[in-house]
Write a protein that binds this ligand. Sequence first.
Ligand code: SF4
Length: 462
Amino acid sequence: MQDLPVFEDLPGRKARLETAFKRLDPSLRVPTQAIGRRYAIGCVAVEITQRCNLDCTLCYLSESSEKVKDIPLALVMDRLQKVRDTYGDGVGVQITGGDPTLRKREELVAIVKRAAELGLEPSLMTNGIKLTRDLAQELKSVGLTDVAIHVDLTQERKRYATEEDLNAVRKEYIERMRGLGLHVIFNTTVYDGNFNQIPGLIRFFAENADVVNLASFQIQADTGRGVIKDRSDGITLKSVRAKIAEATGNPDLNWDNIRVGHPDCNSIAYTLVSKNGTTRFADLNVDPSLFAEIISSTTDLKFSRMDSRKTSLAVAKWALGQPRLLALLLRSFVKVSLRNGPGMWLKKNDPRKLTLIIHNFMDASDLDPMRVSNCSFMVATDKGFVSMCAHNAARETFIRRPLTIETPEGKKTWNPLTGTYVDDPRSLQLPVSTYIPANLAEIPVPQVPVSTLPVAMGAGGK
Ligand code: SF4
């Protein structure tokens, strides 16, 4: 253990994890649950602009997004600090928007740098259009760990009629990111227009697994300004899981051996892609007790995402002294090898890990209180941390609200529709939206101060 870095403030971390675990519904406190054991929260989104250079047909932004000015830098920094204070170090923070690359370059760099200085793990969520290699390199140099690039047919990029056509765009982004040392993720919204094209996408991500580390599929949700509303009966968590699993050649791919929050929200599968003649996928997560053991035995360890080779060696050395973990690892290794043939591990077959995730957001008009109150994906707001689904359902309320800010001249109020400051908030004649979906106000989530690990705050709490 001495060779491995540990999280800062271990007693504080223990308390945060306990709070997170206690807030989970008892039915979710299973041995494979990572919330409360390894993570105080799955991740937190910090939105640094509401603007975007695309207009996806399933966009989660809202009516006023393009009118709203970029939130002052000082307030972004304040939100990052609150993420750190509330959830501790090592937490994944999504620098997002809108598209965050529309923010001034020096501000974006400063935001990522600050997140990394606070010990958070910043990822950039972008459509890739403005993400040059040079920008990615600069962001990496100040501490960016992940880049998540959204490409799919809902973006209606000109001249691309199929997901296969869009692989040319993905390929260009892959080449831009190659060799930078960033963890590369591709995001795909799944809807009727591309559901049957999932197998081709899975093949593409596997063929490019030397750069692509994770493929994330987000099932369409009726929320925000998107024009495609209801999903058809054919697009369900079950059908998307099955479609992806079949595409990997593992119809029984294990989606439930790892739990992050509620099972209807997040599904995760770990695969190993190898190229022995043809591209083949092996399901790595064949034993839930292995993952349970990993999260319970590594609670204090902070794995560096910046130097994965050094970290892997140190972890391997440490694992040699953990008899139970070692036995479970060995058991999984034998099981996976017997199922897929030992050739999958050989260097000549170029084995690469490819993680597959499905995120199942909810419709704004159909929020499930149970899922919201067990949410593992928060948005930072001036009122605390709010479940992403609840936030999207009431986005207008959040983004149009005047914000209080400390300036060298004292406390002022920032008007998001003009980007100007006033001394007296009563002078603002803002048409502040008060739209809150009726059922959101009824969600039984506690109003708690930021410092005590908020679960989610009812959007009505203004
Ligand atoms: S409640 Fe919504 S945002 Fe939170 S984890 Fe579930 S699907 Fe994701």
